[in-house]
Design a protein around this ligand. Structure first.
Ligand SMILES: [Ca+2]
Ligand SMILES: [Ca+2]
Length: 217
């Protein structure tokens, strides 16, 4: 009996050591230095997917930054920031900006600079029927070195993914607005509902013409 008890104790200790080792590898840091802190990091409230102009420049209206900091509030340079879509009513395009270190149909990845800042404009569009609603799924997640930093709305102005931001997208916005449900992919000011201010955002972006062309799916 005593031998069995000893075996159990040794096994338990071995498991605890393995768990601690696995935990240490996952974090890859010695607190607080180098350990990602969602609370100390700065993320956008919403992400807006963009088209581009006739010269191929991604619409600057969509530019956003992630400032990635550790538990001691130090910026984390050369860290991997990942933006991942978790819905089907918005899509990322294949032709993203060259500075990204990787991207696919549902994610992009890039590195923070020496100040811990990741700056990006994402190309994308709406797809199919609206899915993001206030009580339902948000459009995407932002990670820093694998740590979830935030869940965010992902909006699109080019709702049909063709012909840039144009008249048909306005029709789609008005159709969805008429359904009486607040669809978050069309909530451009990020206040959680669809209203006149979102229409104003759309008209301003349309008027500037910097998303006159759709990106390549
Ligand atoms: Ca369009
Ligand atoms: Ca709104």
């Amino acid at each position: 009996m005593r031998t069995l008890s000893l075996v159990r104790s040794v096994s338990l200790a071995a498991m605890l050591l393995l768990l601690q080792a696995a935990s240490g590898r996952a974090q890859g840091c010695v607190p607080p230095l180098g350990c990602p802190s969602p609370a100390n990091s700065t993320v956008p409230r919403i992400i807006a997917l963009m088209g581009h102009d006739g010269s191929g420049n991604t619409d600057p209206h969509g530019e956003f930054q992630v400032v990635f900091r550790d538990l001691a509030n130090n910026p984390m340079p050369n860290a991997v920031i990942r933006v991942e879509l978790t819905v089907f009513d918005v899509v990322l395009c294949a032709d993203q900006q060259a500075e990204l270190t990787g991207h696919g149909p549902s994610y992009v990845e890039g590195l923070t600079n020496q100040a811990g800042v990741f700056t990006v404009r994402l190309r994308g569009a709406g797809a199919g029927v609206a899915q993001q609603i206030p009580s339902g799924p948000r459009g995407g997640k932002i990670f820093g070195n694998g740590q979830l930093l935030a869940t965010v709305e992902v909006v699109a102005y080019d709702l049909d993914g063709t012909g840039g931001v144009g008249a048909n997208d306005l029709s789609l916005w008005l159709e969805d607005f008429g359904l009486g449900q607040d669809f978050l992919r069309e909530d451009y000011d990020g206040n959680g509902n669809m209203g006149a201010n979102d229409l104003s955002f759309w008209l301003t972006l349309f008027g500037d013409g910097a998303s006159a062309a759709s990106c390549s799916p």
